[in-house]
Design a protein around this ligand. Structure first.
Ligand code: NAD
Length: 551
């Protein structure tokens, strides 16, 4: 069978494959394409512009078919969303190895990529789309919550109460912003050109209300701010018009950021084109569309710099909008920083990052049990407890029930081993897939985002994500992936992912202990190597070996 159709991962304990390692991959691939999870499942697009889980429906069918018969000592190779081989390996080896969107340096640009994509030779894997560990908007909520929490600590006495944040992009990832702001007690005005995106976020309770127009949005925002009440407000419009308009009106905005899909100029709607004509226009003239969207991004970023000049806290939220605006000739685009150097790097120095897991049973009770287990494992970590409690109350599951929380080196393997024990004892009704975003401390080279402004200037060194994928493969992950271009677009990033299935076996425990120790250790050593003192202290205190500091 080929062609679009509804996809939903099987639930329960009955296997559709020869083992839980393969079953985990099958269910997570299908879960990525569940209509509750994916932004455009009919096109196999999961999130982040055109981030896909499989190259074509034929490729999807072939992956499923192969996973169904894949043995415990075999490895399926996936090249940009298409299964290309099955190799005899061994039971410690990953069941699936994936490489997505990789291009040789001089060819690593959107133009070349789109040519090859049109010829059916590649696909855009984004980060967790092509590596089958996307879990809906929740995946990004905690990272966004951490970022806004860091902004609050830096500038607003630890809370966003009494402040207004302006942002745009209510898509798969950007849709986490309103909830993250209100979790930090602030007010958010959230702009999106596509009303259905705003309605969808209201449906999942990530966004509180939709304003009738900009005046209404401002009125609601100021009222909530004055009452120090958290509120998120969606407003339909083009950010390249609304941001400059708010600046002209001297709107009382305290924090400005953006998560439109600016990394891909065809996924950013320029001023003057309607949502209805978007597909038609970009297909008819990609080069002309790119030029128009870059011009609009320049207006958008110019307004962000305008707010910066007025004293607002402004940061790029990892979509490369500054570079696109620069390409359109706006020369102050890099006046404001990216969110990693501004707020997240100290967490990365400890190997902290977005750890996540999904209950393959489909039973929300399994996630409730893991939430409880996490709190018991880390009784002192009040920040983590606050997150787990809020997530339990406020996050609607999309697809298989899942949870994310930021854990670091020395913590993740404890959680993984605990979950594996809970599967073995029957406390969880089925195995759990444990993975992470590629946006992590030691798994990505991305000079406009995760590795922007590294202390030693090593921003563009891409050996680290490759070593990360190699060490996770050597350590026994269930599937491992190497991608190019996720987050910030073609030519701007190389990154790796891993997922481990905790199936309750002794073998899984041995693999999990190694993978979930070594994977965050990559973050620690990467930052020690770049000269970060905190990372060096963490390495020393927690016993991470760094040869150049020994002897
Ligand atoms: P998405 O494609 O699902 O959503 C993008 C949204 O932007 C859509 O709803 C679209 O209608 C809207 N949009 C496009 N042009 C617009 C315009 N001119 N004005 C207003 N709205 C407009 O993408 P996503 O998954 O939400 O990701 C958004 C961006 O954030 C991507 O560039 C992605 O790479 C980046 N990202 C950042 C992080 C991070 O942690 N900072 C993580 C993941 C993704």
């Amino acid at each position: 069978m080929s062609g679009p159709r509804p996809v939903r991962a099987p639930r329960g304990t009955e296997l559709n494959t020869l083992g839980w390692q393969q079953e985990g991959a099958l269910r997570m691939l299908m879960n990525n394409l569940d209509a509750e999870v994916a932004e455009h499942p009919d096109k196999l697009v999961v999130y982040g512009g055109t981030g896909k889980a499989a190259r074509s429906w034929e490729a999807y069918d072939a992956i499923v078919r192969t996973l169904e018969t894949l043995k415990d000592d075999e490895t399926l190779l996936v090249q940009s969303g298409k299964p290309v081989g099955v190799m005899r390996t061994n039971e410690w080896a990953p069941r699936v190895l994936l490489a997505n969107s990789n291009l040789v340096g001089d060819w690593a640009n959107w133009e070349e990529f789109r040519k090859l994509e049109a010829e059916g030779l590649t696909m855009y894997g984004q980060m967790t789309a092509g590596s089958w560990i996307y879990i809906g908007s929740q995946g990004i909520v905690q990272g966004t919550y951490e970022t806004f929490g860091a902004v609050a600590r830096k500038k607003f006495d630890g809370t966003l109460a009494g402040t207004i944040t302006l942002t745009a992009g209510m898509g798969g990832m950007g849709g986490a912003q309103p909830l993250a702001v209100t979790m930090n007690e602030g007010v958010a005005i959230c702009v999106d050109v596509d009303e259905t995106r705003i309605d969808r976020r209201i449906g999942t309770r990530y966004l509180d209300v939709k304003a009738d127009n900009l005046d209404h949005a401002l009125e609601l925002a100021i009222q909530a701010r004055d009452e120090r009440r958290g509120l998120s407000i969606g407003v339909v419009g083009n950010a390249a018009e609304i941001f400059p308009e708010l600046l002209r009106r001297d709107a009382p905005i305290d924090i400005v950021t953006d998560q439109t899909s600016a990394h891909d100029p065809l996924a950013y709607l320029p001023v003057g084109i309607s949502v209805e004509d978007w597909d038609k226009e970009r297909e008819a003239d990609p080069a002309g569309f790119t030029e128009k969207s870059r011009k609009s991004m320049a207006l958008h970023v110019e307004a962000m710099v305008g707010f910066l000049d007025k004293g607002a806290e402004v940061f790029d939220y990892g979509n490369s909008i500054r570079d696109e605006a620069r390409k359109a000739g706006y020369d102050r685009a890099f006046d404001f920083p990216g969110f990693v150097p501004a707020h997240i790097r100290p967490l990365f120095e400890e190997g902290l990052g977005p750890f996540r897991w999904a209950a393959l049973s489909g039973d929300p009770k399994d996630i409730a049990a893991t939430d409880k287990a996490i709190k018991e494992l880390f009784p002192e970590n009040k920040h983590l407890h606050r997150w787990i409690d809020m997530a339990g109350e406020r996050i609607a599951f999309e697809g298989l029930p899942a949870r994310i929380c930021w854990l670091g080196y020395g913590e993740r393997h404890l959680a993984g081993l605990k979950f594996n024990e809970m599967v073995a004892s029957g406390e969880l009704s089925a195995p759990v897939a444990i993975g992470r975003d590629h946006l992590d401390s030691g798994s990505v080279a991305s000079p406009y985002r995760e590795t922007e402004a590294m202390k030693d200037g090593s921003d563009a060194i891409a050996d680290w994500p490759l070593l990360n994928a190699l060490v996770n493969t050597a350590s026994g992950a269930s599937w491992v992936s190497i991608h190019h271009g996720g987050g910030v677009g073609m030519g701007r990033s190389i990154h790796a992912g891993q997922v481990c299935v905790a199936d309750g076996t002794e073998l899984a425990a041995r693999k999990i202990e190694r993978v979930l120790t070594n994977d965050p250790a990559m973050g620690v050593i990467r930052h020690v190597d770049a000269g970060y003192e905190h990372a060096a202290d963490v390495a020393k205190e927690r016993g991470v070996r760094v040869p150049m500091t020994e002897g």
